[in-house]
Design a protein around this ligand. Structure first.
Ligand SMILES: Nc1ncnc2c1ncn2[C@@H]1O[C@H](COP(=O)(O)OP(=O)(O)O)[C@@H](O)[C@H]1O
Ligand SMILES: [Mg+2]
Length: 226
């Protein structure tokens, strides 16, 4: 098979691992920066070009969409989908995953429990909302953050209010979530493939930090699922 990995740089660890794994299995694997793709619609079938040449003969696309120019990267994934090339994951799934509120809505819809969380655009009833979530401390989250960026621990309702006011003034959405104290800076990342939990990693935050993201200095260890 011939895979196309959409990734900003071929030197990124996960991109290199995907390419090496594909080649080790005897597959072709091309790494292309989605922002260098030219998308064409109109006459004939939709096409994707790179360096003036149409990209053809791809069996599957593996998108590695980060935080930069998400909309454009998703347009590239959708363009491949339009030409019948499957993408893992698909553009609709990535768009949901890039938005924490949309993700939580979907999880709840599918019967997967989520921590008590609220979102709003005015602080008029924020104190009551925070009280209903169990009171401070609370965690504030920008729906579009990742790697722990935009995840803020707020020790008081007043602190939460001023932070949320600031975020709204910048024209952004923000969510307020119950602080899950049992975590104590730890979380479990479970990889689910085709509806089956296949591997897990326990992540532990560095000292003085509640976010266990590796990008925030956390450490990851293989975990056995029970
Ligand atoms: N409600 C919460 N209570 C306690 N810790 C939390 C809560 N939400 C997030 N965290 C910590 O912050 C980290 C980052 O939050 P997360 O929502 O996963 O954002 P990101 O998409 O940036 O990883 C989590 O891995 C966890 O360690
Ligand atoms: Mg996370």
């Amino acid at each position: 098979m011939k895979f196309l990995v959409l990734s900003r740089r071929s030197t990124i660890y996960s991109t290199r691992r995907l390419r090496d794994a594909a080649r080790a299995e005897g597959h072709g694997c091309l790494v292309v920066d989605p922002l260098r793709c030219v998308l064409v619609l109109g006459e004939g079938r939709p096409s994707v070009r790179i360096a003036g040449e149409e990209i053809t003969g791809i069996d599957a696309v593996i998108p590695r969409v980060g935080t930069y120019a998400v909309e454009y990267a998703l347009a590239v994934v959708r363009q491949f989908e339009m030409t019948g090339v499957p993408a893992l994951n698909g553009s609709a799934a990535i768009a949901t995953a890039k938005n924490k509120w949309a993700t939580m809505q979907l999880l709840m819809q599918r019967g997967i429990p989520v921590p008590p969380t609220a979102t709003m655009r005015f602080g008029t009833h924020l104190k009551e909302v925070i009280r209903d979530l169990g009171g401070a401390p609370v965690v504030l989250k920008l729906p579009r953050g990742m790697q722990g960026a935009g995840v803020i621990l707020s020790e008081s309702a007043q602190g939460a209010e001023s932070t949320m006011d600031t975020v709204w003034a910048l024209g952004q959405d923000v969510m307020v979530q119950k602080f899950v104290s049992e975590c104590r800076g730890m979380d479990l990342r479970v990889l689910v493939i085709g509806g089956e939990a296949v591997a897990a990693m326990r992540r532990t935050a560095r000292d003085g930090e509640f976010r266990s993201n590796i990008h925030r200095g956390g450490a990851g260890r293989r975990a056995e699922l029970t």
